[in-house]
Write a protein that binds this ligand. Structure first.
Ligand SMILES: Nc1ncnc2c1ncn2[C@@H]1O[C@H](COP(=O)(O)OP(=O)(O)OP(=O)(O)O)[C@@H](O)[C@H]1O
Ligand SMILES: [Mg+2]
Length: 496
């Protein structure tokens, strides 16, 4: 063979050398070696001379569609009259990806090889996964004849998901892709689920399934009128969907919950999300708020849907990187406006800085139909909160104990009262472990501790009125009270 550069060597050594060199050249696929790449050989055999003449038709999808594409392919492959054989393609690391066109011509190829198909095991529901092809050729035979589909999942060097069809006239290849689109939408694994939206390193959308919160109405201590209003706006439309549409009324709506930190805005949202189990639920916080544009499109596909935008004040002052650098908050409000009005879409926004939001909302009216204030609990609510967070605690409190605690805690938040009960249990544990009884004395000591003027930071964190802090003379500024992000208690399914 040509690979005889080792002419000086002899016998078995030379043969071994030649074989090694051939393997190396094969791997590198140096043109002119005459060694046909096995992937190219397969592609050429499947497509035949006529198929090789056809254009390759392809589509790029966002990475979170990988699991939907696989779901769609599984259904599509199982259709009567169609057989699909899957062949894996191996590509060494550091190569971004391959192109079906290159496999057809066999020129300028990266070193690809046939292999068992590599799969990514991706969540397709809370607590379940689906094996999704990473890089594979599907050898298809159906009414259209024999053709190829190349699936290429996102990877370290590839931000998108690719699907390409070869061997069919363009319009037939388009029909195949359209059918896969339809199945992706119809079988979308995110429909009806609660998912958290986070940004990928490249600024794309990543979705994680969350367990829906299980909160009863009684777990939310708010004035009845406030909770009624929230429920009516969020849940009421479902019953009258058809009636509203028939009367030409839009279904899209925006609900703003505003009020001091720790008063239950997130808590109320979690309660709603738990109840809206026939809705697709998309949760955005912090840095992911900038993704609201792509998420609004996704929500329309998944409708009826709720998009929760938590702590929107976080982006109120940010400016986008685009030309003009408009505030991210405006982009967010525009995305809400751009979504189809007849879609059953609910946007829920929360903030503890309504003052920062007001100018933006005034400049972009019509996005929010209902703004509900979630305020500090009054005496009756504080009593109720003590009962709620004391329900699993062996409380031995007299009426006077409770009344005293309610009076002393004037001006604190709901989350403060939850913490108060925890501290009272600790006080009791200091005396006896396991806990036997939590008495008025324990509660008083916990309150002394939490309201202690030397504990201003703790108090501010727990949301005692900011004026008190200033009155205590430590120079803290009410507007600069630290923004506390309580762990909202969602449980994420992160399987990777
Ligand atoms: N109204 C309420 N009823 C019952 N529990 C509450 C209420 N408000 C707060 N809590 C308790 O306090 C915790 C913290 O409250 P939450 O996270 O809802 O505050 P928030 O209003 O969203 O504050 P922030 O503005 O900082 O986001 C909740 O997880 C819940 O346990
Ligand atoms: Mg919150």
């Amino acid at each position: 063979m040509e690979a005889s550069g080792a002419s000086g060597a002899s016998g078995a050594g030379a043969q071994e050398f030649a074989a090694g060199l051939r393997a190396l050249l094969d791997w590198l696929h140096v043109p002119g070696q005459g060694a046909r790449n096995d992937v190219v050989a397969l592609v050429q055999e499947v497509l035949g001379p006529a198929g090789l003449e056809q254009s390759v038709v392809g589509r790029e999808l966002p990475p979170f569609e990988h699991v939907n594409l696989q779901t769609a392919l599984d259904a599509w492959s199982a259709a009567p009259g169609r057989t699909v054989e899957v062949r894996g393609v191996a590509l060494p690391p550091h190569y971004g990806g391959i192109d079906l066109q290159l496999l057809i011509t066999g020129e300028g190829l990266p070193p690809v090889r046939l292999s068992a198909p590599a799969v990514a095991d991706l969540p397709n529901g809370p607590g379940s996964t689906l094996a999704c092809l990473r890089l594979a050729l599907l050898l298809v035979t159906d009414d259209d004849g024999r053709y190829l589909v190349l699936v290429q999942g996102p990877g370290e060097h590839r931000e998108t998901l690719g699907v390409e069809v070869a061997g069919l006239p363009v319009h037939r290849a388009q029909a195949v892709l359209a059918e896969l689109d339809r199945l992706r939408r119809e079988l979308n694994v995110y429909r009806g689920r609660l998912v958290e939206v986070t940004p990928t390193p490249m600024g794309g959308v990543a979705l994680t399934f969350l367990d829906p919160p299980d909160l009863a109405r009684d777990d939310v201590v708010l004035p009845a009128a406030v909770l009624d209003r929230v429920e009516r706006h969020a849940l009421g439309v479902a019953e009258h969907r058809a009636g509203l549409r028939a009367a030409g009324q839009h279904l899209k709506r925006g609900l703003l919950l505003y009020g001091p930190p720790g008063t239950g805005k997130t808590h109320t949202v979690r309660y709603l999300l738990g109840r809206m189990d026939d809705y697709s639920r998309l949760l955005l916080t912090g840095r992911s708020l900038g993704l609201v544009g792509s998420v609004a499109d996704l929500a329309r596909d998944l409708q009826p849907a709720v998009v929760v935008l938590e702590d929107v004040d976080l982006v109120a002052a940010d400016r986008s990187f685009g030309p003009g650098g408009s505030p991210v908050l405006f982009d967010l409000l525009d995305a809400m406006d751009g979504a189809a009005p007849d879609a059953d879409l609910l946007f829920v926004l929360t903030t503890n800085r309504a003052d920062l939001l007001e100018p933006a909302l005034a400049a972009r009216p019509g996005r929010i139909d209902v703004a509900v204030e979630v305020d500090l609990p009054d005496a009756a609510a504080r009593r109720e909160l003590l009962r709620l967070y004391g329900r699993d605690v062996p409380l031995r409190l007299t009426d006077d104990d409770v009344t005293r605690a309610v009076e002393r805690s004037d001006g604190v938040t709901a989350s403060f009262l939850k913490e108060l009960l925890r501290r009272a249990v600790l006080e009791s544990l200091h005396e006896q472990d396991p806990v036997v009884a939590v008495t008025g004395a324990h509660l008083d000591r916990a309150l002394d501790d939490l309201l202690d003027s030397t504990q201003q930071v703790t108090r501010t964190l727990l949301g005692v009125g900011a004026e008190d802090v200033v009155a205590a003379g430590d120079g803290a500024q009410p507007g600069l009270a630290p923004h506390v992000h309580h762990s909202a208690g969602y449980r994420a399914h992160r399987l990777h």
